[in-house]
Design a protein around this ligand. Structure first.
Ligand SMILES: Nc1ncnc2c1ncn2[C@@H]1O[C@H](COP(=O)(O)OP(=O)(O)OP(=O)(O)O)[C@@H](O)[C@H]1O
Length: 568
């Protein structure tokens, strides 16, 4: 628990004023509660026993004031602590996403979206009340306990000894329960993340589910996760609910001891009835705050478990680090030298040597799984080479500023990424919208014809999956986005696969046109797309087995001839 608060102390420093208000509120609430217990003594001794009329006037007013103080204090504490908690959670959420976004692409391939969403939403929500309400409540209850203990000791130190001695004894079973709660919390959080993961899988794959009528199958899988979550939650309730009976039993033992000893003292005239009842009231009032303290303790276990899961993410570091050198202004070539790439154990690229010069179009062809996408992913530093090097002019890409590198590369893949925003913002993605340039890029991508017919033209909103567009239209938007960026290096990874022959050939012409001041890599299965490539590299099982013009390959490379026959 100490580590938990240590982590959040730096945040607390920004809220000193709010803490002061909250603390005043807590103190007011604690004084209110203890004062009420103390008031039992004048009620019994002065009003009932001594028949003091003056006290009869003062005491009701004092009690109203005490209760008002308690109510106002609780309110002040609650709103100030809630502010602190909500604000810290907002900052942690920003920090977590900021951190996650910096991690390697590989991390996102391996992690499931649902799990990440669960961390950023569910897990962070779980720490919210711990860093706000719960510490507020903890301090308030703690102060209340101290106030009441003072009253108890003041009224009768001897009785207090018997009344309070039992308390530490109850701590041992409570700490066992707390440990169990922490384990259960961890399991519960993993279980909710399974649920989110599965839900995201269902909604992302809804078409395939519908096409296979596998709704029942998916529901069954979901129900299993859901049942598991239910069982864990039930165990949590069972553990948590043990706290009350345990505390009540301990309380009853303390109560009996007090009756035996206190009763004797009253009978012997050593203690007034008022003092005894005031003592007893304070002892009774002690019970709820102690109970709340222990349930806060259990609640904290949940928050700590969530925090550990968040920290696991915050501890991850990106392995792809930016270099210091500026991206060359007039780039002349990219060179792969003896490049090998391994994904864990799997060798995806072996000993690749390839050069692409400014103004060239280099096509990568070969069977599926040959390593074509892996090669272009290396240029964008989605991955780093396992051995060998990639140089842009004479600079190793690892030494280049990664932001500048990415600003100079545009990638269009078969999978099109559309953001829920207007067409213009999708095309100018991440940059200022220059309407003229957007229209120009859309025209080049052969997309302006259909966009201009939409009711709001380039300002038409697209949804996240671009469902209001056809597959080919989406792909054209993606091509327009790459052209808008006007990159030095353009990568087209099956970028025209969803287009009809006519559009594809128009776009191929445009690519030919813009290729003068760029280096272009084209991956295509339809070999008609790459007829005009300056160089075609033929991939087989992670190696480049030939690289030449189409004309020469058709003469000398059997593998290319085979691919060409397949593609016709
Ligand atoms: N992120 C990854 N993690 C692990 N293995 C991968 C990863 N990406 C690709 N691979 C593996 O590396 C090999 C090369 O894959 P790659 O996607 O580069 O081939 P490709 O030639 O582009 O195939 P396709 O034409 O089907 O797109 C394949 O065996 C693939 O399973």
């Amino acid at each position: 628990m100490r580590d938990f608060f240590k982590q959040y102390v730096p945040y607390y420093k920004n809220y000193i004023n709010r803490f002061i208000y909250a603390f005043i509120g807590m103190a007011l609430a604690a004084v209110g509660t203890s004062g009420t217990a103390y008031a039992v003594k004048p009620l019994l001794d002065d009003i009932f026993v001594n028949k003091d009329l003056e006290m009869l006037k003062i005491l009701p007013i004092a009690i109203v004031l005490l209760y008002f103080g308690k109510a106002a204090g609780t309110y002040i504490q609650a709103i100030n602590m809630a502010f602190i908690g909500q604000d810290i959670v907002r900052l942690v959420r920003d920090k977590l996403l900021g951190h996650i976004l910096k991690l390697d692409v590989d991390f996102f391939y391996k992690k499931n979206n649902g799990e990440l969403i669960s961390r950023i939403t569910n897990d962070i929500n779980r720490i919210q009340s711990a860093v706000s309400q719960k510490i507020g409540e903890f301090i308030r209850e703690f102060l209340t306990v101290i106030g009441l203990v003072v009253v108890v000791i003041y009224q009768s130190p001897e009785l207090a000894f018997y009344g309070l001695i039992v308390m530490p004894l109850s701590m041992w079973p409570l700490s066992i329960l707390a440990r169990k709660m922490k384990k259960l919390s961890f399991r519960s959080q993993e279980s909710i993340s399974d649920i989110t993961t599965h839900l995201s899988e269902i909604f992302n794959n809804i078409e395939i589910i519908k096409a296979n009528t596998s709704e029942k199958f998916e529901l069954k899988k979901f129900s299993d996760f859901n049942m598991n979550f239910f069982k864990i939650n039930l165990k949590t309730v069972k553990t948590n609910e043990l706290v009350n009976p345990l505390m009540e039993t301990v309380g009853a033992i303390a109560f009996s001891l007090v009756i035996v000893i206190g009763g004797k003292q009253v009978i012997d005239g050593e203690l007034t009835v008022g003092a005894f009842f005031s003592f007893l009231t304070a002892l009774f009032l002690l019970y709820p705050p102690i109970k709340r303290l222990s349930s806060i303790f259990n609640f904290m276990q949940d928050a700590i478990a969530a925090n550990e899961r968040i920290n696991q993410l915050l501890d991850l570091r990106a392995t792809i680090i930016s270099g210091q050198n500026n991206f060359p202004e007039n780039i002349q070539k990219i060179e792969f030298k003896n490049v090998t790439l391994r994904y864990d154990e799997k060798v995806a690229l072996k000993n690749i040597n390839l050069e692409a010069k400014l103004g060239q179009k280099v096509a990568l062809v070969g069977d599926s799984g040959g390593g074509k996408s892996s090669l272009v992913n290396l240029i964008a530093r989605f991955y780093d080479v396992s051995s060998g090097e990639i140089n842009i002019d004479s600079l190793n890409i690892k030494d280049l500023d990664i932001k500048q590198l990415k600003e100079n590369i545009a990638i269009v893949t078969q999978r099109v990424y559309i953001f829920s925003d207007s067409i213009a913002k999708n095309v100018a993605y991440g940059k200022e919208v220059d309407e003229q340039r957007v229209i120009e890029s859309l025209k080049q991508a052969h997309a302006y014809d259909f966009v201009s017919k939409l009711p709001e033209g380039i300002n038409t909103d697209l949804d996240e999956f671009g469902t209001n567009l056809s597959g080919g239209q989406r792909q054209r938007i993606a091509i327009a986005r790459a052209l808008y960026k006007n990159p030095k290096i353009l990568i087209l990874d099956e970028a025209t696969s969803a287009l009809d022959n006519k559009s594809e050939s128009v776009i191929s012409d445009i690519i030919d046109e813009i290729s003068k001041d760029k280096i272009i890599f084209i991956i295509a299965h339809r070999l008609s797309t790459i007829k005009t490539a300056d160089k075609i590299a033929v991939f087989k099982e992670g190696e480049i087995i030939a690289q030449d013009t189409e004309e020469n390959l058709l003469l000398n490379c059997d593998e290319y001839k085979r691919l060409k026959t397949l593609s016709n």
